[in-house]
Design a protein around this ligand. Structure first.
Ligand code: AMP
Ligand code: FE
Ligand code: FE
Ligand code: ZN
Length: 307
């Protein structure tokens, strides 16, 4: 079967399928991201800003100039939920990569526009709570948010760094995380299952980003959430981003087995954010054979092929 992106990927291609720019919470412009990816020796890089496609055109332009492959994508914010033993519902944030979706698909574009607007309201709530204890106000945060940018907690972190309250972003994330008095979740985003349907509906490939990252899943030897994950798979999930610095090795082992059983795609990537995080381009890669499957399934938009 051939699709609009059918492409023979070189066996030694270096492929990184998750990176951010200053259109969300990275620090490189889209042109800088692509230039840095080329300099890092990558043959393919994906631009996957949070809930926006606003960096695609600039990234595509630079990719054509440099002859590097570019995969347009999005990191979609979704809401997962689980019923606790006492019957109450626990909500949590789940990130879903959408590779090669149609940016003009109305249902997807509308959902993303709502997410971006709701993110702003939520940042204001968090900032107002911080204002009671720290010398930071909403205007300071707005200064960090330029036009067309998806704002998240890093914008508040940067405002507090600019005011000299913190030296870098990291201590901020210790202060404002789920369970603390300052934290507020993003509301109004699609559920994880809805997001899978939206992404498939737009011709994109939904890949679960950094599954159960940084110890948010079961510990070593604990039962894994098999039912939850099979539900995602039956809803059309395309694969898992297993090779990522925040995925623990026992979780990776379990995900590998699950991927094999269900014939899913496995990806690897840096989740580069420029100077905003320590993650370096190319620190984790996607196997060419797996990438070819992404290209087969991704029919919402076309890649920029490497020269
Ligand atoms: P939010 O979308 O507001 O929940 O913020 C989450 C974003 O903050 C993620 O996409 C990460 O890029 C970033 N982030 C999370 N933890 C850290 C950290 N420790 N240092 C820097 N950035 C972080
Ligand atoms: Fe981010
Ligand atoms: Fe993420
Ligand atoms: Zn990311």
């Amino acid at each position: 079967m051939s699709s609009i992106n059918s492409f023979n990927v070189a066996a030694d291609a270096r492929i990184d399928l998750h990176a951010h720019t200053n259109r969300s919470d990275g620090t490189d412009s889209p042109a800088e991201l692509v230039t840095n990816a080329h300099a890092a020796g990558l043959n393919w890089v994906a631009i996957t800003d949070h809930d926006t496609t606003s960096g695609w055109a600039e990234a595509e332009h630079t990719a054509r100039q440099l002859g590097i492959g570019l995969v347009p994508g999005i990191e979609v914010t979704t809401r997962g939920s689980r019923i606790r033993e006492d019957g109450t519902v626990k909500g949590f944030s789940v990130h879903m990569l959408a590779l090669l979706p149609d940016p003009n698909n109305q249902a997807l574009a509308e959902a993303l526009a709502i997410s971006v607007a709701m993110r702003l309201e939520r940042l204001k709530i968090i900032t107002d709570r911080l204002s009671e204890d720290y010398d930071v106000v909403w205007e300071d945060v707005l200064e960090q948010i330029s036009n067309g940018k998806t704002a998240g907690r890093p914008a508040i972190a940067d405002a507090m760094v600019a005011k000299g309250i913190f030296e870098e972003r990291t201590p901020f994330f210790g202060l404002v995380r789920p369970g603390t008095k300052y934290y507020e979740p993003t509301r109004g985003v699609p559920s994880t299952l809805e997001a899978i349907a939206l992404i498939r509906g737009a011709g994109g490939v939904p890949i679960l980003a950094h599954p159960m990252a940084r110890g948010t899943g079961p510990g070593l030897g604990q039962p894994m959430p098999t039912n939850e994950f099979t539900e995602l798979i039956h809803a059309g999930l395309g694969g898992f981003e297993i090779h990522h610095r925040d995925v623990d090795s026992h979780v990776a082992d379990w995900l590998y087995k699950l991927s094999f059983e269900h014939g899913l795609i496995v990806t690897g990537s840096s989740d580069y954010h420029g100077d905003g995080k320590v993650n370096r381009l190319g620190e984790n890669l996607t196997q060419p054979a797996m990438f070819e499957r992404v290209l087969e399934q991704g029919v919402g938009t076309t890649v920029v092929a490497p020269a």
